[in-house]
Design a protein around this ligand. Structure first.
Ligand code: NAD
Length: 392
C-alpha cells in the first residue's frame, strides 16, 4: 500500500512504517553519540511509544544499555488502516534493540488498569527480577479508575474565558481563539487522568510486589511554560493536574524512603499530546524559531539525553525549590522568553512564516507520523502490517 499523510487539524490519521523506523533510528544514532554515566540497568517506561516516553526508552536502551519494558496504548494496522505511529516506533525500537542484544519487551494495553499493572509485574519478576528506574510519561484523554468510573481530561481554563492569538492549523493563519472555563467535573476529571493518582497506584503495586531495586528512581514528566500560556496551561485544568503530579512525587518520597521520585519539567515540543492544546502551537512555532536562532533548540531525544546525562546521573540531582528537575531551563531563560514575547506581539498571518518557525513545527509534526523524511521513498508500495517482536 502507498501511505500518504492524512492530516486533520492537529492529528494525522495515517502513519508510515518506514518513516517511523527512520525517526527511531535517528534518535538511536543521536543517543549513541552521547556518553551517559551512572546509568540505570532495568527500566520500566509507562507511555513508551511516542514523544518523551519513546525518547526515554531509547536513551535508557542505547545510551545506558538498559533492559526496557515499555507500556503503551497503540493500534495495529487493520485492513486499509495503518497502525498508529507508536506501534511502528515500537516495532522498530525492538528490532534495533535485538540487534544489540538488548532486552526489550512491550505491553500494549491500558496502563491505568489493574490488569496491565499485574502483567508488567509478572514480566519483571520473570525476566528482570527488579527495575531500578520507572518513567511515567502518559498523556491520555481518559482513564477508567479501579472502581470502573471513566474520567475525561480537558484543556480548559479554571476561571475566566481566555482569548489570545492562535495558529489555525488548517491554513496557517493567525486567528483569535477563546478557551472556555471548565464546566462542573471537568477539572476533577483532568486531575484524575493527568494527575498523580495512577502514578502512585503504579508505585504502590511495584513496591508491594517487591520489584523495585533499593533506591530505585521514578520520574514523571511535567510542563510549566511562559506566563503567556498560564491561563490555558499552568493555571488551567491541565496545570492543576500537573500540580497534583508534583504533590504525588512528594508523597511517594514520604511513603517510600528507598525510592526517589522526581518531576522533570520538560520543554515544549510538538507531540501528539501537545499539538491538541489550543493557542500553544503558535507559541511552539515562535519558540522553535527563537531557540534555533539562539542555538539551544532541542527535540525530545536531546532533552531526555540531557536529563539522564546531566541530571539523573548526578550524585545530588539538581532540583528547584519545589524539588523539580528543570529541563525547561533553556526554554524559560530570559533571553529566549524576551524574544518570544516580542515576536508574539508582532505576529500576523502575513508575517507568521518569517517570525515563527512554522515550517519546523510542521516538519516535527509530519516526522511524528513517519512522513517528510528525505531518505524514504514515499511512492513505494509498502506492507503496513508490521509485527512488534515481543507481541507477535
Ligand atoms: P505522547 O502523546 O507523545 O505520548 C503519550 C504516551 O502515552 C504514548 O506512548 C501512548 O501510547 C501512551 N498512552 C496513552 N494512554 C495510555 C494508556 N491508557 N495506557 C498505556 N499507555 C498510554 O505525549 P508526550 O507529549 O510525550 O507526553 C508525555 C508526558 O510528557 C506527559 O505527561 C506530558 O504532559 C509531558 N510533557 C510534554 C511536553 C510537550 O510539549 N510535549 C512538555 C513537557 C512535558
Amino acid at each position: 500500500m502507498i501511505v500518504e499523510p492524512k492530516v486533520r487539524e492537529f492529528i494525522c490519521t495515517t502513519a508510515h512504517p518506514e518513516g517511523c523506523r527512520e525517526n527511531v533510528r535517528n534518535q538511536i544514532a543521536y543517543v549513541k553519540a552521547q556518553k551517559i554515566d551512572g546509568a540505570p540497568k532495568k527500566v520500566l517506561i509507562i507511555g513508551s511509544s511516542t514523544g518523551y516516553g519513546l525518547a526515554s526508552r531509547i536513551t535508557a536502551a542505547f545510551g545506558c544499555h538498559a533492559a526496557t519494558l515499555g507500556i503503551m496504548f497503540e493500534k495495529a494496522a487493520a485492513g486499509k488502516r495503518t497502525a498508529t505511529p507508536g506501534w511502528y516506533n515500537t516495532a522498530a525500537f525492538e528490532e534495533e534493540a535485538a540487534k544489540e542484544g538488548l532486552y526489550a519487551k512491550t505491553i500494549n494495553g491500558d496502563a491505568f488498569s489493574k490488569e496491565v499493572k499485574e502483567q508488567a509485574i509478572a514480566m519483571i519478576q520473570k525476566d528482570l527480577g527488579k527495575v531500578d528506574l520507572v518513567i511515567y510519561s502518559l498523556a491520555a484523554p481518559r482513564r477508567t479508575d479501579a472502581q470502573g468510573k471513566t474520567w475525561v481530561s480537558s484543556l480548559k481554563t479554571t476561571d475566566q474565558p481566555f482569548t489570545e492569538k492562535s495558529l489555525d492549523l488548517k491554513n496557517n493563519t493567525i486567528v483569535t481563539k477563546t478557551v472556555e472555563p471548565a464546566q462542573e467535573g471537568e477539572l476533577e476529571g483532568t486531575i484524575k487522568v493527568m494527575g498523580g493518582e495512577d502514578w502512585m497506584d503504579w508505585m504502590d503495586a511495584l513496591k508491594a510486589a517487591d520489584v523495585l531495586e533499593k533506591d530505585a528512581v521514578t520520574v514523571a514528566y511535567s510542563y510549566i511554560g511562559p506566563e503567556l500560556t498560564y491561563p490555558i496551561y499552568f493555571d488551567g485544568t491541565i496545570g492543576q493536574a500537573k500540580k497534583h503530579l508534583t504533590k504525588t512525587a512528594h508523597e511517594i518520597n514520604e511513603k517510600y524512603s528507598d525510592v526517589q521520585a522526581y518531576i522533570s519539567v520538560n520543554k515544549a515540543l510538538v507531540t501528539q499530546a501537545s499539538a491538541a492544546i489550543p493557542i500553544v502551537p503558535l507559541y511552539f512555532a515562535i519558540l522553535y524559531k527563537v531557540m534555533k536562532k539562539q542555538g539551544n533548540h532541542e527535540g525530545c531525544i536531546e532533552q531526555i539525553t540531557r536529563l539522564f546525562k546531566d541530571r539523573l546521573s548526578q550524585e545530588n540531582v539538581p532540583v528547584d525549590e519545589e524539588g523539580r528537575i528543570r529541563m525547561d531551563d533553556w526554554e524559560l531563560s530570559e533571553s529566549v522568553q524576551k524574544e518570544v514575547m516580542e515576536c508574539w506581539e508582532k505576529v500576523t498571518t502575513e508575517n507568521v512564516g518569517e517570525i515563527s518557525d512554522i515550517e519546523g513545527y510542521w516538519e516535527d509534526f509530519y516526522h511524528m507520523f513517519g512522513f517528510h523524511f528525505d531518505d524514504i521513498d514515499y511512492t513505494k508500495d509498502i506492507d503496513v502490517e508490521v509485527k512488534i517482536p515481543s507481541l507477535a
